[in-house]
Design a protein around this ligand. Structure first.
Ligand code: NAP
Length: 291
């Protein structure tokens, strides 16, 4: 019997996950279809319950359901309860278990692309949405010494800083500051990692062509990681390179989070090289604008 893995979300036509996940499944000769299940909000519960059928191994979850899906699952595992968002569901004998592999994917990308260990470092996070939550909890878990959150809507940034408070160990500090040039100018010189978790720069979005920061605010001893992966060279990454910083695209996080999901569903190593190759091929063709 052919098995299925779903991508659960809304307005999925531009997602590249079905492309690189299917390439990985085909490479291993598995009789499994990875399918986009574009779901209207009023059909979410019914669609999630379909995942309990024996032919369905599970799902990825994307915008706008990463948080709303929590209430429809039987159990949360790993960092999903702290993060408060799920991007992967496993069907374990008709019980649905929710995981968050965005956090794992981000940490794997930092290590593989930049050999960066956050322990005892200082980081600045731009944004406080769903992706920023996963990144922030991952950095705290990995022992970051200082995390400073800037978000356009200050209250949301403060809410994230408060949520992280309960997870801090001795010597760790998390703060939210208003997104102002002066405040950024005060903290960026000592910052070793800057992560853009906003939608600024995303092709096809309202922030297309925009950068949250210019080269003058950045420096050569920092790693700049942009979660935006389309275009592959975002305006922020261009500015980072101009400042002499190490600049890494979010494509690596996308593929590593997908690989971590793959390993949860199938309990076997994901062919990461195949996934990267297909993701780069699709992006190179300019066929995508979101995730
Ligand atoms: P989200 O929950 O909608 O959050 C969007 C964030 O962007 C919020 O912090 C929002 O600030 C900020 N923002 C939007 N427009 C802005 C502007 N004009 N100026 C400054 N800030 C602005 O989205 P998300 O799921 O966290 O995704 C965020 C980004 O990460 C997207 O570009 C997405 O493609 C990317 N992403 C990448 C991966 C990967 O694997 N590489 C995984 C997940 C997400 P407010 O709070 O003020 O609205």
């Amino acid at each position: 019997m052919t098995k299925h893995i779903a991508l659960l979300g809304h307005h999925l036509s531009h997602s590249i996950s079905p492309r690189f996940q299917q390439a990985a499944l085909d490479h291993l000769g598995l009789d499994i279809r990875y399918e986009a299940w574009d779901t209207e909000p009023d059909r979410l519960e019914e669609t999630v319950n379909k995942l309990r059928r024996p032919q369905n191994l599970g799902a990825n979850v994307t915008v706008p359901y990463k948080e709303t899906v929590l209430a429809l699952l039987d159990r949360l595992a790993g960092m999903a309860p702290q993060i408060g968002a799920v991007n992967t569901i496993i069907n374990q004998g008709a019980k649905l278990v929710g995981h968050n592999t965005d956090a794992t994917g981000f940490m794997m990308a930092l290590r593989a692309e930049a050999d960066f260990d956050p322990r005892d470092k200082c980081a600045v996070l731009l944004g406080a949405g769903g992706a920023a939550r996963a990144v922030a909890f991952a950095l705290v878990e990995a022992g970051i010494a200082s995390l400073i959150i800037f978000n356009r809507t200050f209250e949301r940034g403060r809410g994230l800083a408060l949520a992280l408070g309960a997870n801090l160990k001795v010597g760790q500090q998390v703060r939210a500051l208003p997104w102002e040039e002066g405040k950024l100018g005060e903290v960026l010189p000592a910052c070793e990692l800057l992560v853009n978790c906003t939608t600024l720069g995303l092709k096809g979005g309202p922030g297309e062509g925009q950068t949250p920061l210019r080269a003058e605010g950045l420096h050569k001893d920092m790693l700049v990681y942009d979660l935006v992966y389309n275009p592959p060279e975002t305006p922020l990454l261009k500015e980072a390179r101009r400042a002499g910083a190490l600049a890494v695209s979010g494509l690596s996080m996308l593929v590593y989070q997908g690989a971590a999901s793959f390993e949860l569903w199938l309990e076997q190593p994901a062919p990461i090289d195949i996934m990267f190759k297909e993701a780069r091929r699709v992006l190179g063709g300019g066929q995508c604008c979101a995730f």
